[in-house]
Design a protein around this ligand. Structure first.
Ligand code: ZN
Length: 230
């Protein structure tokens, strides 16, 4: 009898220890905490606008489009930073191609619908096709391309937009230098459950230099950063 009780106590103690460990680690998993060099900025600044499935573009959101050196359009306020980044890459021998700059709502809708139709032609139900597409192509009204603050960048040497792009010269250069020009790798690997988007080593979003430096250094997403500001 006594022996059984001992066993029982040991099991309870073991469970308590495990529970304590889970509770101890939980906050660090769920909420990223700001560190010393945290640039405490106004979360309502245009640079920090959070656009994703849960935060569609506000109806009254307006901005001016401007053109970068090759004539492509983005938000006028980031043309200088983007041109500087492309020139710096070129100087380092990396010829970046802007393949997706600003995209109108109509264009985003068209891209989305086309991909849904393609999946359905391959036998998916509408619901499955929609779900699959939403992982790869942002739902219209929630794409950063529609607000002109994001660009997809690739190189002739690795033109396909796939995970392997991360290890190509374009992907490597961008990850290392994007923050110097105010850009972040918006959909990092391993953060898909936070961003809701698969790893996209070609999609870069402008947030300003200070914020970009913090986000890239601390391996964060914009969702996590904005969460810390609020
Ligand atoms: Zn993109």
């Amino acid at each position: 009898m006594r022996k059984r009780r001992k066993k029982y106590n040991a099991a309870v103690a073991f469970i308590v220890v495990i529970m304590c460990m889970i509770l101890w680690y939980l906050p660090s998993i769920a909420i990223a905490e700001p560190e010393g060099d945290f640039p405490d900025q106004d979360p309502d600044e245009w640079r920090l606008i959070l656009v994703n499935k849960q935060h569609p573009i506000p109806n009254n959101y307006i901005f001016e489009t401007g053109r970068i050196h090759n004539g492509l359009m983005v938000d006028e306020r980031i043309t200088g930073a983007l041109d500087d980044m492309l020139s710096a890459a070129k100087e380092d021998g990396v010829l970046l191609l802007v393949i997706s700059p600003y995209r109108s709502r109509e264009k985003q809708q068209r891209l989305f619908d086309e991909k849904v139709s393609r999946s359905m032609r391959h036998g998916s139900s509408y619901l499955d096709a929609f779900r699959e597409t939403a992982q790869a192509v942002t739902i219209p009204g929630s794409s950063e391309h529609e607000i002109g603050l994001a660009v997809d960048l690739t190189t002739k040497k690795h033109i396909t937009l796939d995970a392997a792009y991360a290890d190509s010269e374009g992907g490597i250069w961008l990850k290392e230098h994007c923050a110097e020009y105010g850009f972040i790798l918006r959909y990092p690997e391993g953060k898909e459950d936070i961003t809701g988007i698969e790893f996209e080593p070609w999609h870069f979003r402008y947030v300003g230099k200070e914020t970009a430096a913090y986000i890239m250094e601390h391996d964060l997403t914009l969702e996590e950063y904005v969460g810390m500001l609020r």
